[in-house]
Structures are given as C-alpha cells and as structure tokens.
Design a protein around this ligand. Structure first.
Ligand code: SF4
Length: 365
C-alpha cells in the first residue's frame, strides 16, 4: 500500500509522523495550489463545493507520485460530505484510476467495530509491533495537538508582538523544519521548541489589538489555500485571531461523540438559535460566534464554500446573533471563481469597521 490523503491545514505533518512511525509508504500531495484546484475543477461536478474539487486535485497529483490508496475521513451527515467518499470513488474510477479508498467515518455512524476494521486495514500494512503502532498513533496525536496550540498561539500573539511578523515567520519555519523530520519524536521535540520560542516572542502588553474569531465551514477555515491565507493576512495587519475548528478539535469531538459529551460549550451556546445537528459544522459556527463574543472578541468572520448547505443556514442565523449581541459578523464565500482582490478589500473594510467601533466607544461619538 502506498497511502495518500487530502490536505487540510497542518494535518499533513501529523499524518507524516503517523506513517513514519508505522513504517507505511505514503505520498503527501503537493501543497494546495491553483494547479491542484484547476485539475479538480476540470473533473468535478460543477455545483459541488470547493473542498471536493481541491481534494480531487490532491488525489490526482498524489497518484502521479505512485499513491494507490486514499485515506480520508467521512461523515454520514445530511450535507454533501456524507456523499463525498462515494462520489470521489466513482469519479476517480470513471476517470480510469485504480484507487482504493479507506474512509474513516464517525463511530456513531458506522459503529466502533467497523471503524476498527477499517483502521486495521491500515495497521496491517505496518510491520511494527502492536506497542510500536500504539506509540506511533500517540505521537501523531500529540504532534497534531501541539501544532494546533502553537499555531493558535502565533495567531493570537501576532496582535501583541513588538517585532512585526515574528510570530508568523516562526510558525512557518516550524512547519518547514517539521516537514524535514523523518523521526516522529524528533518532530515532536522540534515543535515543542518552536512553541516555546513563540511563547517568548517580545510583546507589548499595552497594545490592544483588534480581535477576530474565524468561524464557518471546517475545511475552508482550516485550509489556508482555500481562504487566501486569511489568518496570515490578519497577522500582517496586527490582528489577533482565534479559530475553534482545528484538526485536534475534530479528533476530540469525534472521540467523544458516541458518549454525547462532545463540544458541550458549543452545544449550549448555540441552543437558542440552532438546536439541531444539520450537517457540516453549522451548529459549531453559531456556538463559536456567541462564545467569541463572550470572550471579548471584536467581531467574527464566517468563511464557507459557495453552495455549502449547512453554512447557508448559519449565515441566515448570524445576523440575529449580530443584532442581539451587538457583535459584527462578516460572511465570506469562497469558490474557484472567487477573486483575491475583492476578498482582501472586504477584509480590510471589516477591520476598519471594528477599529472605528472601538474609537466610537473610546471617544463617545
Ligand atoms: S459542509 Fe458544506 S462544504 Fe463541506 S461538504 Fe457539506 S456542503 Fe460541502
């Protein structure tokens, strides 16, 4: 087996550590780019959402490098994601690719036994002992957590740093160097080291930067290519950001969902506006908007792909939250036709609005 997987933010580093630890042959697709999107768009159904198209681009590029098995997460939820694996399998087959798919669905949807069956297919390609396999999984999960924490720290401290660009440059260097590690333990130590370096970045605690929460559809908030690297841009503008949707959040949420004790704060916060699970992460989007208001953020930006069904529902609810809490929320839609210039103009206008609101409070005008 030569495994591959679609890109999603920093997940490739966690998966790299896992496969290195398991001794499984793998291909990391080239980083997302216009090329990957163009390939995906050419072969995908027109109306399908952006993540699907980019993922198809990832598979095709990985196959060129010898991949024969795609490992992806799934969901039997009501939005299109529930059909992604089926559609992608059929699409790749109809294009003449002989690819095997291993879909890791939520245990609540396929049952814990079936999930273990699917995991054992991956595990059987590894010649490591059971203990070594468990260690490899544990280290990969630790790496994913640590990466998310380090990234969140860099995004937040960017608003306070004395030397502009230091947090961003340290985090990018961390990712580049982590990619060169072939030993998962080495990668773990390296990320710990970078986290410490970011913690000690000189900051001005008297600064009071604009603070923005990034909410919305999980793929487009996590994957920088799909959102024109919005978090990097906000770091450049000296804005502090936070994002609740991370790969490690997803893992924890999936693990706790059979016990129904997952994301309790989000469920509680969103109950008044959206009490049902409608697919995707609409409920999380609503809950996070309210939680970020409670945490003192100045505003929130919702990002979602054109035609994303769950996020269209949350978009229709967000104005009520904005009105009830006097909390500005901007929605940005992305697809293969979205132009970066218009995206940046809206982003800058939103930051401007948040700064002016602060000035109005300060000077009472
Ligand atoms: S959540 Fe939205 S973007 Fe993601 S698969 Fe569902 S419809 Fe598509």
């Amino acid at each position: 087996m030569k495994a591959t997987f679609p890109h999603l933010g920093n997940v490739y580093l966690g998966v790299k550590a896992l496969f290195d630890g398991l001794g499984i042959d793998y291909v990391i697709p080239p980083q997302n780019s216009d090329h990957a999107l163009n390939i995906g768009t050419r072969h995908s159904p027109d109306e399908i959402c952006l993540p699907f198209k980019i993922m198809i681009g990832n598979y095709m590029q990985a196959v060129e490098e010898g991949a024969d098995t795609v490992i992806l997460t799934g969901s039997c939820g009501p939005c299109r994601f529930g059909e992604y694996c089926e559609l992608q399998m059929n699409l790749m087959k109809s294009l003449g690719y002989d690819l095997k798919f291993i879909v890791l669905d939520m245990p609540k949807d396929i049952g814990i036994k079936e999930l273990f069956n699917r995991l054992s297919i991956i595990g059987s390609s590894s010649k490591k002992s059971r203990l070594q396999k468990l260690r490899a999984v544990k280290t990969a999960v630790q790496i994913m957590h640590l990466l998310d924490e380090t990234e969140a720290l860099a995004h937040y401290l960017a608003g306070y740093e004395r030397n502009k660009g230091q947090c961003k440059s340290l985090f990018h260097r961390c990712r580049r160097e982590a990619m060169k590690c072939s030993d998962p333990q080495e990668m773990l130590s390296l990320i710990k080291e970078y986290k410490k370096r970011i913690e000690y970045v000189p900051v001005d605690i008297n600064k009071d930067p604009v603070k923005i929460a990034i909410i919305g559809e999980i793929y487009t908030v996590i994957e920088p290519y799909s959102n024109f690297c919005i978090e990097d841009k906000l770091m450049d503008y000296g804005v502090s950001t936070k994002r609740g949707m991370t790969p490690s959040w997803w893992l924890k949420n999936m693990a706790l969902s059979p016990l129904k004790i997952n994301s309790l704060d989000i469920k509680k916060a969103s109950r008044k506006y959206l009490s049902l699970e409608i697919g995707g992460h609409a409920r999380e989007c609503i809950g996070e908007a309210i939680l970020s208001w409670k945490e003192g953020f100045d505003g929130a930006i919702q990002i979602y792909p054109l035609g994303c069904m769950p996020e269209i529902v949350s978009k229709s609810i967000l104005p009520a939250i904005s009105r009830d809490y006097d909390f500005p929320i901007m929605s940005l839609v992305v697809d293969d036709m979205t132009g970066e210039a218009g995206f940046i103009t809206r982003l800058e206008a939103f930051i401007d609005l948040l700064e002016r609101r602060r000035d109005n409070v300060l000077f009472g005008s």
